[in-house]
Design a protein. Structure first.
Length: 513
């Protein structure tokens, strides 16, 4: 069985979950569901990043010890995943014992291979990014502060520290990018990574002595690991590292995809492959950096008070419409704007008037005019065959698009079949055939039901509840909902009784003021 191992970033537990967290998790969920339906053995990992200065500071500000604090906030992220119906196979917390063990084993491996040495760090650090910056990367901010390219304030740090010999990995990283042109997607992001590497990298400080909230460095009681080395290792922990001979490590490593936001690409596409190569481990196949959402054209920030709460979106618009909007509105990889009008337009035109109307028209005519049973088709005309084969041909198209994380293009492809099916109903006018040619009416309704069955199969990863509702109404057995059932070879059985039709994609109606 083919395997597919994909991960979300693990989220910092310093804050409440927001649309950014929901977005990354959702994109992974859609892909994980797609791959499962397509017969892959999927391992889908998400979790929380609980160490480091930023989390320690938030715990202190809340007046509780970091462990109690992280227990509480981590649970909020688990709850969000459940609310979004994220189908993750594991949820990792970096404060778990299994993770400490993995981090320390990786550390020992790097030490043994001479990739880590003890020295002293003197330089800039941004707590918000948990990142070190070179003087040349910083700008002067108000009141003498130094500001990182991300906008985060930096502080001067001087402390004994272990270093990872990152400077020695530049050429090997550049060769790796050349040999693996699809390692970084979208391709437009490749340059920023290669130019950072080409600019000449300094060795990376990988332990801290000024803080204590972290994984202890083996045999060095004063040092805890740099939070990014700790965090990135989660991708190994979850599949059993350091037991590289265990079944799950052997089966799933290297990861097929690390999904990240564009702000954390450098950690995943530079530091992480360097750590892995240095430890003699294989490098993941891809890092995809998605864009950022703005809110009605404005940058989202806590200080502006315009943070988008995923729970609020779901309460207002429903889970599936929210999932649909986030995956459809913006080509994945680009930045996108969250606008209320755009959301409502998508719900009403694509969902209610699009797939909703097509399903409703078809199912209600079947209920009324075919005795609530799957109609019996006669011979198919070329027009019938064209629509059926268009729906079937979606499978190879979607496979290719999903393999490069083109979620919105996948939905475009599905919607072009919906558009074609709409034209087909209008042309064939089954309601008129009812008076003139019942046999032909049955054929037309059968072709539509069969098209809807295929559409329902393909919509499952994006809108699991609505798509399964549609398949229920078509009488498709739960076991017959994988992509192995796509196409005419697995078509609906004529004469099978169907449940009474129900609306699945309601219009968005403005609540009364
Ligand atoms: N803990 C690190 C990741 C470690 S992975 C080994 C981290 N955590 S985070 O909580 O800050 O990550 C949030 C994720 O949400 C990132 O992928 C980030 O890009 C994403 N987003 C944060 N704000 C966002 C938007 N406004 N829009 C879309 N995604 C955004 O980084």
């Amino acid at each position: 069985m083919k395997k597919y191992y994909l991960t979300t970033p693990i989220y910092y537990v310093n804050d409440a979950p927001h649309i950014g967290h929901a977005y990354t998790s959702l994109a992974c969920d859609v892909l994980a569901r797609f791959k499962r339906l397509d017969g892959f053995d999927v391992m889908f990992l998400t979790g929380t990043d609980e160490h480091g200065q930023k989390v320690a500071k938030s715990a202190a500000a809340a007046g509780i010890d970091p462990q109690t604090f992280t227990d509480k906030v981590s649970q909020n992220f688990r709850n969000l995943a459940a609310t979004l119906k994220i189908s993750n196979d594991d949820f990792i917390r970096t404060t778990e014992e299994r993770h400490k063990k993995a981090c320390q084993a990786l550390w020992n491996e790097l030490l043994k291979r001479g990739e880590i040495y003890l020295d002293k760090y003197a330089g800039w650090y941004a707590v918000r990014d948990e990142a070190y910056y070179g003087e040349d990367e910083l700008k002067d901010g108000p009141n003498g502060k130094k500001i990182a390219p991300s906008g985060a304030e930096c502080e001067w740090v001087e402390e004994p520290s272990y270093f990872f010999k990152l400077s020695a990995w530049g050429d090997r990283l550049l060769k790796f990018y050349d040999d693996n042109p699809d390692f970084i997607l979208p391709h437009t992001r490749r340059n920023e990574v290669t130019s950072f590497v080409k600019s000449g990298m300094r060795d990376l400080s990988v332990s801290r002595t000024a803080i204590t909230w972290g994984v202890p460095v083996p045999n060095e009681p004063k040092h805890v690991m740099y939070v990014w080395l700790d965090a990135l290792t989660n991708y190994l922990t979850a599949i059993g590292y350091p037991d590289t001979n265990a079944g799950s490590f052997k089966k799933y490593w290297p990861a097929d995809l690390h999904m990240v936001g564009k702000d954390i690409l450098r950690f995943h596409a530079v530091y992480w492959p360097a750590f892995l190569m240095a430890a003699g481990l294989e490098v993941p196949k891809r890092v995809f950096a998605h864009g950022w959402w703005t809110n009605e054209g404005q940058k989202i920030s806590k200080s502006l008070g315009n943070v988008i709460d995923p729970y609020e979106l779901i309460t207002t618009y429903g889970l599936d419409p929210t999932r649909y909007f986030l995956m459809r509105e913006v080509p994945f990889g680009n930045d996108g704007d969250f606008a209320r009008d755009a959301m409502i337009r998508r719900i009403n035109s694509d969902l209610a008037n699009g797939i909703g109307n097509l399903a409703q028209r078809t199912l209600s005519q079947i209920a009324k005019n075919c005795g609530g049973k799957v109609p019996t088709p006669g011979a198919f005309t070329d027009t019938d065959k064209a629509l059926l084969s268009m729906a079937e041909a979606l499978l190879p198209q979607l496979r290719a698009l999903m393999d490069v994380q083109s979620f919105s293009k996948s939905l475009d492809a599905i919607w072009s079949v919906i558009g074609e099916a709409d034209r087909y109903v209008d042309e064939q006018a089954p309601w008129a055939l009812k008076k003139t040619d019942i046999a032909r009416m049955e054929t037309v309704l059968y072709v539509l039901a069969e098209t809807l069955r295929n559409l329902g199969l393909f919509l499952q990863p994006f809108m699991p509840d609505s798509a399964n509702g549609l398949l229920d109404q078509l009488g498709v057995a739960t076991d017959d909902r994988t992509f192995a059932n796509v196409g005419t070879a697995h078509a609906l059985e004529a004469g099978a009784a169907l449940p009474a039709p129900q609306g699945l994609f309601p219009r968005y109606v403005e609540p009364a003021a």
